[in-house]
Write a protein that binds this ligand. Structure first.
Ligand SMILES: C[S@@+](CC[C@H](N)C(=O)[O-])C[C@H]1O[C@@H](n2cnc3c(N)ncnc32)[C@H](O)[C@@H]1O
Length: 320
């Protein structure tokens, strides 16, 4: 059976973005096209949607799912971090009414893929969203120095056993390359078991498999997800017209913190320290935050779509 990604927070996102007939929208993470389909229906035949995705497969799938809207959608195989130059080439900078970024991966990435995103299967260690990129998970695991691996596991995975796991990886890779998700999972379990002095049991914390955080951390590093997010947010504000809105759905605290801080910073008139009597930075507010409190999925949505549980929506409107 084909797995279609279930879009999250659809009603809430649309109520903030408020797409209207004839408007121009960007879906920075089109995935399987669930949000895009709703936006396209609302902007109607005179509207235009630019649909970005780093994963060529997502572009292929959404192109086929959105066939009925062909002509109104322009697909762009690129990161949303590139939306500034892309829209500028098309003469659309400053003319966009809304941008949506629905971060992370689609279900298919975890469930039916050969890119090694999940500890649950035995696949080559790849984890690239964009397969034209050079850096793979195998290169990170087998090539990065131990201190860099510790940093990645701590910063991007908030993994408590970072030093032990990195040490075990480095010990084992001296004997043989770690090539598959199964091998990586076994190394993580072994490192934690050795540290805890337990012969077989490795604790699951908060319902998470013990390798979850290491997999998340490596994926974030391979795809430089946080760097792309920071650049994408900035580009989104650049391409919007005044009154245009940017909605971001994030799935973990590292992303949400970047979105929250970015919107906060861009909603302030001066970024100098508060004790400084006059402004020397010249920074002017570019947005107004519309979600004073972060928006989470309703209990009904969480029940019907458990993958939505960690979703958080923040929205800002361009004011100048
Ligand atoms: C959660 S899914 C989006 C689901 C989509 N809203 C839907 O309704 O089907 C995230 C998608 O974003 C893509 N992606 C992740 N980071 C990206 C980036 N920096 N630029 C463009 N696409 C990205 C992934 O390849 C994936 O297809």
């Amino acid at each position: 059976m084909e797995l279609i990604h279930k879009p999250v927070l659809v009603k809430e996102t649309l109520s903030f973005l408020n797409p209207c007939p004839g408007q121009v929208f960007i879906d920075g993470t089109v995935g399987d096209g669930g949000h895009a389909m709703e936006i396209l229906a609302l902007i109607g035949p005179a509207g235009k949607l630019f649909a970005f995705d780093r994963d060529e497969k997502s572009i292929e799938r959404s192109r086929s799912r959105l066939q009925q809207y062909a002509g109104r959608v322009e697909f762009v195989h690129a990161s949303f971090a590139e939306m500034g130059p892309v829209l500028s080439r098309l003469g659309m900078n400053g003319r966009v009414n809304g941008v949506l970024l629905d971060l992370g991966l689609a279900w298919r990435h975890y469930k039916s893929n050969e890119r090694g995103f999940s500890y649950d299967s035995d696949e080559p260690l790849d984890m690239r969203l964009d397969r034209s990129q050079k850096l793979t998970a195998a290169e990170v695991v087998n090539g990065w120095p131990e201190d860099k691996l510790i940093w990645v596991f701590q910063e991007y995975g908030q993994e408590n056993f970072s030093t032990y796991i990195a040490a075990e990886i480095c010990r084992l890779r001296r004997q043989n390359m770690i090539r598959s998700t199964r091998q990586l999972t076994e190394v993580v379990l072994l490192a934690i078991r050795n540290k805890l002095g337990s012969s077989k049991h490795t604790p699951w914390v908060g319902g998470l498999h013990p390798a979850t955080k290491v997999f998340q951390a490596i994926r974030i590093a391979v795809n430089d997800e946080l760097g792309h997010l920071s650049r994408g947010l900035s580009s989104a504000i650049d391409v919007l017209g005044v009154g245009g809105r940017c909605a971001v759905i994030s799935f973990h605290s590292l992303e949400d913190r970047i979105v929250k801080n970015f919107f906060r910073q861009e909603s302030r008139d001066c970024l100098d320290p508060p004790e400084q009597p006059t402004c020397t930075c010249g920074h002017r507010a570019r947005v107004r935050i519309l979600t004073k409190k972060v928006v989470s999925p309703s209990s009904i949505e969480q029940k019907h779509n458990p993958a939505s549980r960690s979703a958080k929506l923040r929205v800002a409107e361009k004011i100048s």
